[in-house]
Design a protein around this ligand. Sequence first.
Ligand code: AMP
Length: 219
Amino acid sequence: MKMIFLGPPGAGKGTYASRLTPILETPHISTGNIVRDEIKAQTELGKTIREYSDKGELVPDEIIIKLLAKTLRKPDYERGFILDGFPRTIKQAEALDKISKIDLVINLNVPDEIIIKRLSNRLTCEKCGTIYNKLTLKPKKDNICDECGGQLYQREDDKPEVIQERLNVYKKKTEPLIEYYRKKDLLKNVHCNDLMTPPEVIVEKIKLMINSVKNTSRS
Ligand code: AMP
């Protein structure tokens, strides 16, 4: 199954995708993680990308499309994937249409006030990228990742001054994708209106949607 998780920054795309990956045996591709890895490696490309990412702006379409296309060429993704953070513009969606056939788009609807609370309290593992939250999803040991023992940190773009910019960018450039995929009859909506809803509850809802699409395509 080839899926896209759509939604504003902080909607939970990465959290739900990483929980669904072992259950569905479908790999998770986060373009945000690809971008952060490139920055960490301090390549020339990483330096260029950082200028956009730290400010909460989108990396130019040509760069991110190339990075994604390179990733999708790997045999690991032949049978399926959960795409998190891509596409973010109509141009990216059109490029993706040429690379791969998508089966389902899950659109995560989360109000702005929840997004802001979530992102400003989010912690990320610098080693493996696992996501925590100071309010709702605390690690067992302060600032240490449960999964790999790595150090947790606050992403540069999760700082309050950058969050609003990311939401503005989402509304202007990414939100039109909802209509794009609705017209293709690929869109399913999931709502989360409460900050304290445990991730498992949303994961269950998404699983039901995926199964219903699988059953329809079989019959
Ligand atoms: P994320 O972890 O998905 O919030 O992504 C972090 C940052 O990486 C974004 O704010 C962008 O600067 C960059 N990025 C990730 N995915 C994309 C994309 N599909 N298009 C453009 N920029 C992206």
